[in-house]
Design a protein around this ligand. Sequence first.
Ligand code: NAP
Length: 340
Amino acid sequence: MHHPLSIENVAIVGATGTIGQTFLELYLNTTGKIPTLYGSQRSAGRKIFIRGHEMEILPFDENMARNHHYLLLFTGANFSSVWAQKLAKNNGYVIDCSGFFRNARNVPMVIPKINGAAALESGKNLICSPNCCTVLLLHSLWPLHGTLCLKKLFVSTYQSVSGSGKMGVAALQEELAQPSYPLLVPSMNSPYSYPIAHNVIGAIGAVNAGGHSEEETNIRTESRRIMGLACLPMDVCCVRVPIAHGHSMAVGAFFKKNFSLEEIRELFTQSSLLKFCEETIPTPIQSLQSPLCSVGRLRRSFLHKRAINFWITADQRLFGTALNAFGIMELFAGEKIGGT
Ligand SMILES: NC(=O)c1ccc[n+]([C@@H]2O[C@H](COP(=O)([O-])OP(=O)(O)OC[C@H]3O[C@@H](n4cnc5c(N)ncnc54)[C@H](OP(=O)(O)O)[C@@H]3O)[C@@H](O)[C@H]2O)c1
């Protein structure tokens, strides 16, 4: 059984990063409390000012980090591979947002609304948050699956550069500032192999022998695992697009049961985490800093009478990651104050 720990004495590791900053804002706004902030040696001593609070970034220190109720890791797979399990030997909860543990069966990968109960029963105190695309996708599908039973999925993603952290945003900004067009090579510290400004890159992560990219494989594996649908037929295509923030997806979903589009609208509308758009097309700009995932362009598929197509978009930093991590914290605390 899990031991509840209150949502205080929270620490953010990677507090200067894209997700660390998003989570810090969310935590301050929701609780009014100041968390402990850790960064690398590069940012140690730096001061952060938010909402009248001055906070200092501390260099990450194992001994200090042992003492928190909740330690949120927003650093990267290398850091998590070294530290997460060591830190979880202490009493507090470690919530890892890197990809390092997402294939580890002994580490619960949690979207609280979907598989939170099983994570609580596991008694584990090292928990990981899934890929942000998995979070968007499953929040849109879960209400439909409960009534209509998913049979097959096709998903195409349109992912912003902040999905690659600070380096992705810097690369886009640097390349957009170049006077020459088109650029033939990416900017110096770009995380991408191709220019991203005025461009679209049709794979995210390394492509395996079967032709599937790392991101595609991850979204498929994670979705099946979290929904408990180990054999769900599912194809994913992941694409990087030249926008700063917000991920979007075109989803094709096949179901076992018959439905009317009106029923689907109703299911989307009933979910407190979705914003169903009837007349307008949801865009990443409209979703910026929104705690909801927008759903629109609902239509029946030409391929099968029990299939639909729709479009979703959300701020992946907030909806896809920070709110999910916050929700995991709430789950283990047994308190509900603002996560998903
Ligand atoms: N960006 C997204 O949309 C997204 C979505 C889901 C999951 N994630 C995951 O969340 C994690 C953070 O991503 P991000 O986009 O926020 O990356 P980011 O913008 O590059 O930030 C990385 C953060 O990690 C810190 N850091 C790096 N090495 C460290 C060390 N040795 N000790 C302490 N801090 C260290 C950096 O500190 P300095 O500033 O001092 O370098 C920075 O604060 C990654 O695992 C990523 O895969 C990201």
